[in-house]
Write a protein of this length. Structure first.
Length: 328
């Protein structure tokens, strides 16, 4: 008798938790964030906690799903084990027949409807319990979320690539049609084709390495730096430090000439911050950023932020107009 009572209590407790997790899952999707924010501004601690959790919705939903499935799993196993202990045949089938309609009504339908109609109160009254289970299930939720994000990344990448290819094919077809109609000249068609071909090109393909980039020492005076730049036939130079590494500064002959009163000062005093571009920046985007900044040279950085090269605005333009590489 005691075992039967404990079994019933165990099943009901597991179902109760499943009801809780199922309801909170629906409430999270239906909650009114504006009302919650108003309550949080008035000092409601639970509202502040809920708003924080809603910022990481995937983790919250994953936690609720783990809780729901784990609760149903426990209820199913407790009831099945009890039936097997009493030598009842087809215990798994009987468990399924008992729990399936029970779970449908009291785990899926009823709590979700209540939570949908009262999402804010459901979340506020359960805030501490939600935080507790987020903490308990965090390792599992972290792994599942990571797997889900990885899967989503590959799906998005595949879909984006397919959409890009379809869009590019349609654009080529339109260009060919306009050229055939005489609305575009052959030169215009070829230019448009070159631009499209460079959609996947990045600045790292065209950059000059530090050894190929003209630099002057940052400790030189402005007069000395200007002489070095003129001597080598350049209009500008990047500054390098005592370790022969790029700094983020650039100096031009015009800047030196416009600051005659600072000719004996370190060239660093009149140097400007250079535009920094990540090595994977698309060529077309790099052209746009250089043009918007009114700059002619950009410093290329690695993923870790180290300076690994430079690229000139004209090099980027020529790569599109003439198909030149950095050495040409």
């Amino acid at each position: 008798m005691i075992i039967a009572i404990l079994t019933v209590l165990g099943v009901l407790t597991a179902i109760a938790f499943a009801v809780f997790f199922s309801g909170i899952e629906t409430a999270a999707y239906s909650v009114n964030a504006i009302n919650l924010q108003a309550s949080a501004n008035e000092g409601n601690i639970n509202a502040q906690r809920i708003l924080k959790m809603l910022k990481n919705m995937p983790r919250l939903i994953t936690t609720m799903l783990i809780g729901t499935n784990l609760s149903i799993f426990i209820a199913t196993n407790v009831l099945t084990n009890y039936l097997e202990m009493n030598d009842i045949h087809n215990s798994e089938l009987i468990t399924t027949l008992i729990l399936t309609p029970f779970c449908f009504i009291f785990v899926e339908s009823l709590p979700k409807r209540i939570a949908f109609e009262r999402p804010n109160s459901s979340m506020l009254h359960s805030a501490k319990l939600i935080i507790f289970f987020e903490f308990i299930f965090y390792p599992i939720a972290f792994i599942l979320s990571g797997f889900g994000n990885l899967l989503q990344y590959f799906l998005d990448k595949k879909n984006n690539r397919a959409n890009e290819l379809r869009g590019r094919v349609r654009l080529y077809e339109n260009l060919e049609a306009k050229t055939a109609e005489g609305k575009l000249s052959l030169d215009q068609y070829q230019m448009a084709s070159r631009v499209m071909e460079h959609e996947d090109s990045i600045v790292a393909d065209l950059m000059l390495t530090p050894l190929e980039t003209f630099t002057v020492d940052e400790n030189l005076s402005a007069r000395q730096a200007g002489a070095e730049i003129r001597k080598n036939g350049y209009a500008r130079a990047l500054l390098q430090n005592k370790f022969s590494r790029f700094t983020s500064k650039i100096v031009t002959i015009n800047a030196i000439m416009n600051n005659e009163d600072m000719l004996e000062q370190p060239v660093m005093e009149i140097a400007e911050n250079a535009l920094l571009l990540d090595r994977k920046t698309p060529v077309l985007q790099a052209i746009s950023r250089l043009r918007d900044a009114g700059a002619r040279i950009a410093i290329i950085t690695s993923r870790n932020g180290n300076f690994i090269g430079s690229v000139h605005f004209n090099t980027l333009i020529n790569s599109i107009v003439h198909g030149l590489n950095k050495d040409e």
